[in-house]
Design a protein around this ligand. Sequence first.
Ligand code: FAD
Length: 496
Amino acid sequence: MTKRQAKPASERQSARRATSERAIERVPRGGKRKGKGGVQREADFVVIGAGSGGVAAARRAAAHGARVVLIERDAIGGTCVNRGCVPKKMLSYGGTLAAILSGCLSHTGGHEDWSDAIVRVNAEMARLHVAYTHRLQDAGVELLHGEATVTAPDQVQVGAETIHARRILVATGARPQTLPVPGGELAGTSDDVFTWQSLPASVVVIGGGYIAVELASILSRYGVKVEVLVRESRLLERFDHEIAAALAEALAAKGVRLHFHAEVTLLNQANGAIDVCYRQDGNGNGNGGGEGGKDRIHTVRAQAALAAIGREPQWEGLGLAALGVEKAEKGGIRVDRSFRSRVRSIHAIGDAIDGLHLTPVAAAQGRWLADRLFGRRGDRADFDTVPTAVFCDPAIGSVGLTEHQAIEAAGKAERIESVVRRFVSLENRFAGSEQASMVKLVVNARSGRVLGAHMMDNAAPEIIQALAVALRLGVKLSHLRTTVQLHPTVAEELFG
Ligand code: FAD
């Protein structure tokens, strides 16, 4: 490794400490050999999981000259490419095109076809698998297929191969939580939806987070009758409440039936369909809440049920707990600011740790860590101001503090000002829809600094990505108001 000499003294010391925790068996540099216990090889960096975080870390470390082995048990690209961002965004595009077409070209029908859309999604995934593999090969990363376990602080086992490494990175992601009620196994998850070759006529989606909302919106755009059971009193608990309420209205107007305060208690198979029983408290403001403050049990029948009730970090089968790696509050691997676990040679990033579970977050953590371990200390991404989106119809884009968070941080409501604007976009007018879009700026009343920006419109994710830079640089409301707008756009509504 050419850059090893360039490392700061503290890094060299910690590397020595890491390797002295257990003597590494020496094998010829870059080589592998067969011993009694199968193939042995040596690496500087073993990365477990070829998802967004693992691939980014592996490529960056290899670019610094490290010998990197990347292990994946499934398809390359992880959740984002195979079961997350990419397939859902493509399906969402398909559904929106159908909605626009059927609005403005109703004489042509303009229906989107799921089985055709899935073929296009699968073609893109296949293209990405090849592209990822080539990029990793070009970077000099060795890709191994198999299930990895960590057998010592500097040792990873994949089938008959033992890899000795100075550093191990756990980038094993998260998996959907199963529904903890009788019959819960009858509900599928987001993973299953992307394997469906055809659609059920009706689906019950259980959950109110962004994955539940996206699935409900996508499926309904492909003609599925969708009911959503939300345990809380609103959708998208972590998003601005006003935007979430506007979205609930918009989804309801598009035919998605939302039931709030709905606690699922039981699932039953019923003549080829599924009965989902839920308890709704007497104050439920969803459809059919109990009267007089009494809880009522309801049943909704559909051809399929999907549980989107959260995702749990997956690392417990890796053998890490036995080595002293600890669990954090939300079930992820406990790491310090440098993504190092309690075992000094073992690091973790992405959905395998607590924090924001998003593709760019995992990738930024992976690159930063690889720079720190094998190159020069790079600039750390700002993990406090992360833009995020919900790819439903209409879409949500959000960055910075919600109004609620800003008031909590400021201590008094009068210290925070909110600027809210509702309008019908030209796109919607053209499609013959009165669907309102919304922008909301959360501002420090005294300084005028914009603390948060939240939008509901199909253009929102693109706009909010760019606005995130302005927020990080401390943009004020007066800056937005004195910037000449680009007309006619949806973005100009933020500047008015
Ligand atoms: P992953 O991408 O999950 O990769 C982990 C990899 O490790 C997997 O490939 C797995 O097979 C492998 N692995 C696990 N254990 C082992 C083992 N023992 N041996 C070998 N390999 C192993 N994020 C966004 O930013 N935008 C979005 O729009 C978005 N949409 C999403 C939609 C859905 C439906 C879902 C489920 C997620 C979405 N996300 C989105 C979140 C995003 O996909 C994740 O945050 C991101 O993929 C996390 O990357 P990761 O590298 O931590 O884990």
